[in-house]
Design a protein around this ligand. Sequence first.
Ligand SMILES: Nc1ncnc2c1ncn2[C@@H]1O[C@H](COP(=O)(O)OP(=O)(O)OP(=O)(O)O)[C@@H](O)[C@H]1O
Ligand SMILES: [Mg+2]
Length: 303
Amino acid sequence: MNTQLNEPIKILITNQKGGVGKSTIAANLAAYFALQENIGVSLIDFDKQGSSSRWTKKAPDIGVRVHCAEINYENSGIALLSARAAVRKYSLGAQISISDLTWHPTLSDDFMLDFDIVLVPSSGSKFEMASTEIFILEYAQRRMARLAVNKQFILVVPSRVESNYALHGAFTNLDFLMNCHITPPIHRAADLDSYVYEDFLCVGANQALAENFCNFGKFLTKKVEERMIIRKSLSLTGTSLNREIVKKVSVLDDYRERAKELGMYGGYAAKPSLERRQPSSFDADPAAPRERRFIPAFLRRLK
Ligand SMILES: Nc1ncnc2c1ncn2[C@@H]1O[C@H](COP(=O)(O)OP(=O)(O)OP(=O)(O)O)[C@@H](O)[C@H]1O
Ligand SMILES: [Mg+2]
């Protein structure tokens, strides 16, 4: 990857529909970034079954940090707070975090807005496509203004697609939405169970499947790079906004000083904390454990 990351790029893999391939994509995309792009990845598994976390934990260690997180669905406010806290905590220290989550209606879609890229997997079947489109349209409709400001990428991932199946026409209904794209398809692996807990698609023995998944991974890497450029421009806008805020604050400070001199000011200014922040375990250099890692021969890089 060309550009350096200051803050992790956050990717959410979600759909309200079950069994669409979220966990398979989450585990294998994490492996692709770690193995083929040498990126420090954190995988956050929100699903109770723990499919993607178990896959990544049981397979040979490739340096992906795996976390299981739970959302408290007691009410919408608590759900949002607990989900946000988990993403913030488990993304620290990584370059990219990947969250695997079956969407739940209790969760406010403010949560979806926290991510740089939202991947919505779906097979090409008409039922699944229709429900995926409705899911994205409802979200886009509710959050149109914020989406326009955030410029978040929403990517539909055709998953479990037969390798000889022509996709044209099946995934075009959302083209009118800004920043909504379709990724290269992920083919159906007849022998997927031989990979689960053992190996990853991007480096496995089946060359055609490996190439197919790497194609998807390369597309995502480009989107991550595009997103970093967009984020820089967004933070520039943020900076000018911050400058305005700083100006206003300093006007207020002048006012307070002046008021104090005149004996009219009853407020107090909080003293800046002199305590130094203790480094947390998440501050560790993401590259550090990499050298100590055992990478078996079959997890070779694909040329
Ligand atoms: N590319 C693929 N090729 C073949 N089978 C696949 C592929 N992707 C997913 N599957 C199979 O489809 C089923 C659902 O996949 P997965 O568990 O990844 O979906 P999910 O959306 O995470 O499901 P859930 O909603 O239960 O969490 C699994 O049995 C998985 O093995
Ligand atoms: Mg799953």
